[in-house]
Design a protein around this ligand. Sequence first.
Ligand SMILES: NC(=O)c1ccc[n+]([C@@H]2O[C@H](COP(=O)([O-])OP(=O)(O)OC[C@H]3O[C@@H](n4cnc5c(N)ncnc54)[C@H](O)[C@@H]3O)[C@@H](O)[C@H]2O)c1
Length: 309
Amino acid sequence: MKFLITGAAGFIGSALANMLVKGGHAVIGIDDLSTGKADTLSKEVVLHQGDVNDRKLLWSLLQDVDCVYHLAAKVVVPDSILYPREYNTVNVGGTVTLMEAMRDMRVKRVVLASSGAIYGNQPQQPVKETAVPNPRSPYAVSKLAAEYYTHSIGSLWGIETVCLRIFNAYGPNQQLPGTHPPVIPYFLRQAHQNATIVIHGDGNQTRDYIFIDDVVEGLISASSAKEVDRQTINLGSGRETSVRNLARLIIEISGKQPEIITNVRNDGGPTRMMADLTLAREKLNFHPRTPLEIGLEITYETDPRIRAV
Ligand SMILES: NC(=O)c1ccc[n+]([C@@H]2O[C@H](COP(=O)([O-])OP(=O)(O)OC[C@H]3O[C@@H](n4cnc5c(N)ncnc54)[C@H](O)[C@@H]3O)[C@@H](O)[C@H]2O)c1
C-alpha cells in the first residue's frame, strides 16, 4: 500500500513510518520539522518538509495514496493554554485542509491520531469511547474538533475515517523539550542524573501508559481493518499507574536515588485515566504486548538523550 503520514518526523510518526517501510509499503511523509527530526526516519521514507495547512503541497503528495495517517499537530498541553490560536490553526485547521485535499484526490481512508486527553475527568473508569468528552485544555478541544471534522467531512465525501484516542504514549525518541517535557522521558532523565524529580499534583493521579510499539501496531491495524469506518477507538495499555508509582518504578530501573518532590499546588491533571479496550480488541484485534516495566527499561537503555550528561 501507499501511505502519506503527516507529522512523519515526530515521535509516533517516525516509528510508524519506519515500521511500514519495513513491511514493504511505500511511505511519504510531510512534516514542518517544528519539533520532528528528519534523521529518525529510515532512508526509504520520502520526507517533504512543509506545513499540513499547505493544500497545494498536499495535493501533490496525495497522488495514488491509499491511506493517510494524520499525526501532525502541536502537542504540548500547557503551551495550548498560552497559545490556543496556534493550536486551533494547526490541529483543527490542518485537519480540515487535509480532509479537503483528500476529498479532492479521492483518498480511500484516513486514520487520525486523536487523544485520550479529550476525556478529562470521568466518573467511570476504565473509560469507554461513549463517555461524554470533558476536554480541559485547548489541546484537548482541538483533538476533539479534529475528530468531528474528520468523521463529518469523511461521511460527506465517502472517505473512510478512523479516529484513535491514544492515551499516554512513551518510548525511545519521544520529544524531550526543555520546558514541559512528557513525564516518562523527564523522570528517566532526572533519575539517571540523580536529579530531583518534581511531581505535579499529589502524585495519586493515574495514567494509562502505552509503549510506542503497541501504538504502532494499533495504527497499522486501523489502516486495513474492516468495519472501522466512522469509528472512534481507544488505544491504551488498559492498565492504570499513579504518577507516584511511575516515579518509583523508574527509580528502581535506573538504580539511582533521586529525590522526589510533590508540588501539590500545581494542577496534576485528571484524577484517573485508563482506557477501556473492548472496542479496540473487537475492531482492531488490538492486544498491547509491552508491560510498563519492560517498556520503561527499553526506553532507559536505548534512548541516548536520557543518558546524556
Ligand atoms: N505522544 C502521545 O502520548 C500522544 C497521545 C495522544 C495523541 N497523540 C497524537 O499523536 C500525534 C503525534 O504525536 P507525537 O507524540 O508523535 O508528537 P510529535 O511532536 O513528536 O509529532 C508531531 C509532529 O508534527 C509536526 N508538525 C507540527 N506542526 C506541523 C505543521 N503545521 N505541519 C506539518 N507538521 C507539523 C512536528 O514537527 C512533529 O514532527 C499528535 O497528533 C498527537 O496529538 C500523541
